[in-house]
Design a protein around this ligand. Structure first.
Ligand code: SPQ
Length: 427
């Protein structure tokens, strides 16, 4: 599918974005493992989260869905059944890494695999620590790549110091730790998104947290409940950027999750001179939620590094787009994790953004963007990466002439309805 974008005169309106992807995955997983029924409202019906639903159905869990309302009939931790076929995670890194942790505890065998992109993403980051806990996992190149064949069984707790700030690594180990003997703890260099910790608490689990260290003890029971999923700030980020790309624009985005481990985009847009006001803040299922009032301003370059990186890792493609039109230079460093996402996002951002006439220099751990470019419409390829497709569509709003995005169907991974919503708020 191809998406066509033309230069916008104005962006305005009051909108909501689809549910948070990270929270939607976790709600299905914990719901399936819990005792009793879990109702999920505001679920993201994007391709990735639908893959998670399908995987659990294949392990015998009944899951009903009507739009963004999902009902999971939890079977308890050991109620899952051995799947008869391989479990297909599609394009979803979150699905495969978290499920590896869950299946490592089960008294059965399962094989996990996904698409071409998943086949290139590193898995030893979860396979290694799970093996230390006693799990038997095989994969290509000694467990680095899919397919992963898991023979679950009895695990013992470990104290793991993760070399990367990764919520998927942390979550896989904590989920396995819930059924391991003794205590399992994970410490990370910077705090990554903490939705697993918060949702475990919402499901009645005792989670100990201190700084960047989190611990759980084995043998706890999850209790099914109602979960309300806030709008995904990673999706809202594209709309915030749209406002910043088009002078005279303003937008209200209602009901967005503003968990501090995810809200780095707000800090960066503000540091660049943009206006984002947080209104009507409240707590829903342990997750902070608010309405965002966004108004255009001329942006200036900034430096993004260190502890900020995990708080906005998925927003870097669209931050690069804003940086291309900002005044001055933007430097992004400490973001080598971008290389192991759906694509190498350092390379794909640089190659696609350059087509608009932007000046982007890729580096080993990020990129340098010389701002002030006058963008011209371009023929872009999403390269099968949802966030690249959307980021480049936003660049197209400020580019002279027409922009086309090839392979735009990838956007459905996290933001179904993106093109329609963009049409609705632009003129
Ligand atoms: O699920 P997937 O494919 O890994 O999705 C991405 C994305 O852009 O949507 C990354 F490519 O988000 C990850 C995020 O980068 C989702 C996630 C989570 O829900 O736990 C955590 C982050 O990844 P990581 O590797 O830092 O744990």
């Amino acid at each position: 599918m191809e998406l066509r974008i033309t230069k916008a005169q104005k962006v305005e309106g009051t909108v909501r974005v689809p549910g948070d992807k990270s929270i939607s995955h976790r709600a299905v997983m914990l719901g399936a493992l819990a005792e009793g029924k879990t109702t999920i409202r505001g679920f993201l019906p994007g391709a990735d989260c639908l893959s998670t639903i399908e995987c659990f159905r294949r392990m015998g869990v009944t899951i009903e869905r009507e739009g963004d309302l999902v009902t999971v009939y939890g079977k308890g931790w050991y109620g899952l059944e051995e799947p008869r076929q391989r479990l297909d995670v599609g394009n979803s890194g979150t699905t495969i890494r978290l499920m590896t942790g869950i299946i490592a505890t089960q008294p059965f065998h399962a094989v996990l695999e996904g698409d071409e992109s998943i086949a290139k993403r590193p898995m030893r980051r979860v396979v290694g620590p799970l093996r230390e806990m006693g799990a038997k996992i095989d994969g290509r190149q000694n467990g680095e790549y899919t397919p992963l064949a898991i023979r679950g069984g009895k695990l013992h707790g470990i104290s793991y110091r993760s070399p990367v700030a990764s919520a998927q690594v942390k979550s896989a180990i904590l989920l396995a730790g819930l059924q391991a003997e003794g205590t399992t703890s994970v410490e990370e260099p910077y705090l990554s998104r903490d939705h697993t910790e918060r949702m475990l608490q919402a499901f009645g689990i005792d989670v100990q947290r201190a700084g960047n260290r989190v611990s759980v003890s084995g043998g706890q029971t999850l209790r099914g409940r109602e979960i309300v999923v806030p709008g995904d700030i990673s999706s809202a980020a594209f709309l915030i950027a749209a406002v910043m790309m088009v002078p005279g624009s303003s937008l209200v985005i209602e009901q967005v999750g503003i968990n501090p481990t995810r809200s780095g985009i707000i800090d960066v847009v503000r540091a660049m001179g943009g206006h984002v006001e947080i209104v009507n803040e409240r707590l829903v299922n342990e997750e902070p939620v608010a309405d965002l009032h966004v108004a255009h301003a001329e942006l200036r370059g900034t430096v993004i590094e260190g502890e900020l990186i995990p708080r906005l890792i998925d927003e870097i493609p669209v931050i690069a787009v804003m940086a291309a039109v900002a005044q001055g230079r933007t430097i992004i460093r400490d973001a080598q994790e971008l290389k192991v996402k759906e694509t190498d996002r350092i390379a794909t951002v640089a190659s696609q953004l350059a087509k608009f006439g932007a000046k982007v220099t890729p580096t080993d751990d990020g990129m340098i963007i010389e701002g002030g470019a006058a963008l011209v419409g371009a023929e872009i390829d999403s390269m099968g990466d949802h966030r690249i497709g959307m980021a480049m569509a936003i660049a197209g709003l400020a580019a002279e002439g027409e922009t086309t995005i090839a392979n735009a169907e990838a956007i459905n991974v996290s933001f179904p309805g993106f093109a329609n919503l963009l049409r609705q708020i632009t003129r």
